[in-house]
Design a protein around this ligand. Sequence first.
Ligand code: ATP
Ligand code: MG
Length: 421
Amino acid sequence: MKQTQLFQKTTKEVKQTDISRNAELLTKAGYVNQLMAGAYTYLPMGLSVLNKIEKIIKEEMNAIGAQEILMPALQPKEVWEKTGRYDTIDVLFKLKGAGERDFVLGATHEEVITPLAQTIINSYKDLPTAAYQIQTKFRNEARAKSGLLRGREFRMKDLYSFHTTQEDLDEYYEKVSEAYKRVYERCGLGHITKKTYASGGAFSKYSHEYQTITEYGEDIIYIIPGTDTAINKEIINDKEALKDIIPNYKDGMEKEFEQVKAIEVGNIFKLGTKFSQACELKYTDKDGSTKYPIMGCYGIGSSRLMGAIAECISDDKGLIWPKEIAPYQAHLISLVFDEEGMKICEEYYNKLKSNGIEVLFDDRTGIQAGEKLKDSDLIGIPNRFVISKKTIEQNKIEWTERLTGKTELIDFDKAISILKE
Ligand code: ATP
Ligand code: MG
């Protein structure tokens, strides 16, 4: 893609309500644009990053046998009354339609998938089963001031599973947990994302949150020393839970645990039969008796994940996209503006493309070299290739790795092999 044709531009202007680091970086680099607090447009490269994150999530969900579906975001009030959550979820968007009919904008989808599952689950032979979607969710959040981290409209992957036994749910829950680990690793957040014990509700002692450590996070977690896991602040004073979670627990040891701020990028939850009972979802078991399937639900905020990556994997110059989710692998920058120079750049650009490399070509003229390089750092594509008078004279190209800042003059063919690695 040529930068002169891109429906996206870097900007110095950031709205006053865009005070968080992720919103500031993503807005300046032109990836997103705020319509109002908590609602963003994704511009081409922003959408590309979001799509790549969601592709990773889909691959990992498909790998554990979950099937993708798409449910309506617009829902009738009645399904929410059935579970009693019409009045208890404070962030639910409620609206009136034609004929004074009451609707809800989906904040989560247990109320839709459970009745839906009635059309699929009749017998024990239909279980276990699991379905997920990736969709825009709506929540009337009071404080939507953290950019992509807390939207009024945001993207979420929500997976729901149905089982005949507790053991079967437990087993699947572990599989999902492993899949989540892979998602965060592939998104570059593996080293700072902790599986965190949180309160579990009526059915199970705990649920688990996936918390990415960042000083801009809204939650506080306590890291269990020598492990990859943590405990959410809200359960840290529960002695029984601590004894249960930590082998060799010693009284008061939690006071020594490292305490960090974090943002919840996903969670997994055992629901039990709460929703199957409320929605009268039943199946016939082997012995002919009628039972309620045991359910689990598992969320990942894909747009929040994008915000968390921007917050955590960036420096004072801008974004640093991990390779697998970068909008482009190469940023080719022309610092030569005469006809002959531009011809050489254009040839390189076409060669990269014909080698199947995703490349953004800064073909802008009349812009200072310094400004181009500054923009390139801000945009955060993993590899930068600069063509200048100096490089042309030596028949080379200047390669800079965004992550390390390492710069080298290399042959053009080497550039291709670096990118194909
Ligand atoms: P939080 O406590 O941060 O409000 P939650 O407990 O309400 O999150 P869930 O209802 O379980 O979260 O939603 C599943 C996932 O969706 C969360 O783990 C988070 O990653 C994401 N998420 C929740 N609310 C938002 C929001 N307002 N904006 C962006 N992502 C969100
Ligand atoms: Mg919430």
